[in-house]
Design a binder for this molecule. Structure first.
Ligand SMILES: Cc1cc2nc3c(=O)[nH]c(=O)nc-3n(C[C@H](O)[C@H](O)[C@H](O)COP(=O)(O)OP(=O)(O)OC[C@H]3O[C@@H](n4cnc5c(N)ncnc54)[C@H](O)[C@@H]3O)c2cc1C
Length: 461
């Protein structure tokens, strides 16, 4: 430490998930000084969650076999000489510089290499009643059960699309919650396209079989080609209207039926968290099956900006196996650049193979454009600024259909989440072009919410 609020390290890593942990443990083992910054209180990222104080969470025992790898990884990470800064929110970055807030203080980390491994967040698709208390994202339900030991309700509906629905169901049933319906919007036939990505990969095959057994044991049947049309209730969710969708995700209103629930987890896939990469000037590209805009990296996980590398979901949603394999490649690249150690070719081949398998799997769950027909003109589309679909459409008609024009016209995306929740569907909804890529988001500072005092006290870079 060279100053009260300035740190120096060889490598600064954003994110203590699988990608960040693998990269930093290997770099530290080779003698580099590594500082890992994570806004969470514990290492593990989204998948290898730990409860405070190591207490068992209610769904422990309801974890798939692959999660055992998390325990090994967490132990290796703890053993290494890695400085993990918990509760450290990175809000700005430049090559060689990461600004973060921790315990209300404003910090700068100076480093020779930056590794971006900030993961992804849930994709929300607005539908009537999605802002009612008790309606949360599928990922949030997992955070409650597996990260905080909270049992969120008695009768749950899980709806959306993508592999994340399965761990959400098993986490809930493992915690004693009755899952009254589990709805996957993709059709069974579309999902068959994913088989290549599952059957051709031993780990994924075992995982799929484990989930199938768990669902069978809990008496939960996954309904393909179904989704949630609306949630209703007096002050909180009490009922959900569910029904079938066509192959493009358009609701078939004639199939609607109402079920009693007290909690709903709706998750329509994940969106890569690329804001820090964009702030650094890294190139991004749109890949629908990988969740939308993701950072462009080469085979060594280098971004387009020198000395900035990226691994895991920020390069496109792919799951923990991809994240760990890419974290390994990142470590190899940095050790080559800073220590002259030749990177093992096998690491690159493994990462590429995991990525191919994930791409095949996720192609079956790419966002369905018809799901945007769930929202009515009165449905809130930006929950931070309370903007309705009609207001967003009016803004698009008046100011233009670019993401920026819609935002300036109705304030959608200007609230605390900075469009992380509404952004992925706002343009499609407002402009009525659900099957076209949205514009690349414009990143504003701070990249994550921090206090004004933190920004004012930020050490000069
Ligand atoms: C809510 C949620 C639950 C999930 N559950 C599962 C599951 O059960 N099974 C499964 O296979 N996959 C799950 N996934 C998918 C999961 O993202 C990947 O499989 C895997 O965890 C990706 O690893 P990663 O290292 O890329 O990112 P992550 O594991 O997401 O780790 C990223 C880390 O970066 C930190 N971070 C992000 N931005 C900042 C910032 N600005 N400043 C400081 N820290 C930051 C986060 O706190 C997080 O700990 C889940 C995803 C989400 C969003």
């Amino acid at each position: 430490m060279t100053d009260a609020r300035v740190l120096d390290a060889d490598v600064g890593v954003v994110g203590a998930g699988p990608a960040g942990m693998v990269a930093s443990a290997r770099l530290a083992a080779a003698g580099l000084s590594v500082v890992v910054l994570d806004e969470g209180q514990r290492a593990g990222g989204q998948i290898f969650r730990q409860l405070p104080g190591g207490a068992p969470h209610p769904a422990r025992g309801a974890e798939p076999p692959s999660h055992a790898r998390g325990d090994t990884l967490l132990a290796a990470f703890a053993d290494r000489d890695v400085t993990l800064r918990r509760g450290a929110t990175v809000w700005d970055a430049r090559p060689g510089r990461l600004w973060f807030e921790q315990d209300g203080a404003s910090w700068l980390l100076r480093c020779r290499r930056i590794v971006l491994a900030p993961g992804a967040y849930d994709r929300c698709v607005p539908f009537p009643g999605w802002t009612l208390p008790g309606v949360v994202t599928a990922g949030a339900l997992q955070v409650m059960v597996r990260g905080f030991g909270v049992v969120p309700g008695q009768r749950a509906l899980v709806a959306g699309s993508g592999p994340l629905l399965l761990p959400t169901v098993t986490a809930l049933t493992g915690a004693g919650v009755e899952v009254v319906a589990a709805l996957e919007a993709s059709s069974r036939w579309r999902a068959l396209r994913a088989l290549g990505g599952v059957l051709g990969n031993g780990g994924r095959r075992r995982e799929a079989a484990w989930y199938a057994r768990r669902l069978l044991g809990a008496g939960v049947r996954l309904r393909w080609g179904w989704t949630v049309f609306a949630c209703e209730g007096d002050g909180r969710v009490q009922r959900a209207v569910i029904g079938k969708v066509d192959r493009d995700g358009r609701p078939r209103r004639d199939t609607a039926r109402t079920i009693e629930v007290d909690v709903v987890g709706a998750g329509f896939g994940l969106v890569p968290s690329i804001e820090l990469g964009l702030r650094l000037g890294c190139a991004a590209r749109f890949v629908a099956a990988r969740g939308g805009h993701c950072l462009v990296v080469d085979g060594a996980q280098r971004t387009s900006v020198p000395e900035v590398l990226a691994a895991g979901e920020i390069c496109g949603v792919g799951g923990a196996e991809v994240a760990m394999a890419e974290g390994d490649v990142v470590a190899g690249t940095i050790l080559h650049e800073l220590r002259g150690i030749a990177p093992p070719a096998a690491a690159g081949r493994r990462a590429a193979a995991e990525r191919r398998a994930a791409d095949r799997l996720l192609a079956a769950f790419a966002p369905l454009p018809g799901l945007h027909e769930l929202a009515t003109p009165a449905t809130i589309v930006c929950r931070c600024e309370d903007v309705t679909l009609q207001q967003a459409r009016d803004a698009a008609a008046l100011h233009g259909t670019s993401a920026r024009a819609i935002k300036l016209g109705c304030r959608a995306g200007m609230g605390p989440c900075q469009a992380r929740i509404c952004g992925p569907s706002l343009q499609a909804l407002a402009a009525g072009r659900p099957d076209q890529p949205m514009d690349l988001p414009v990143v504003q500072l701070p990249v994550r919410p921090v206090t004004t005092a933190t920004i004012l006290a930020a050490p000069a870079g």
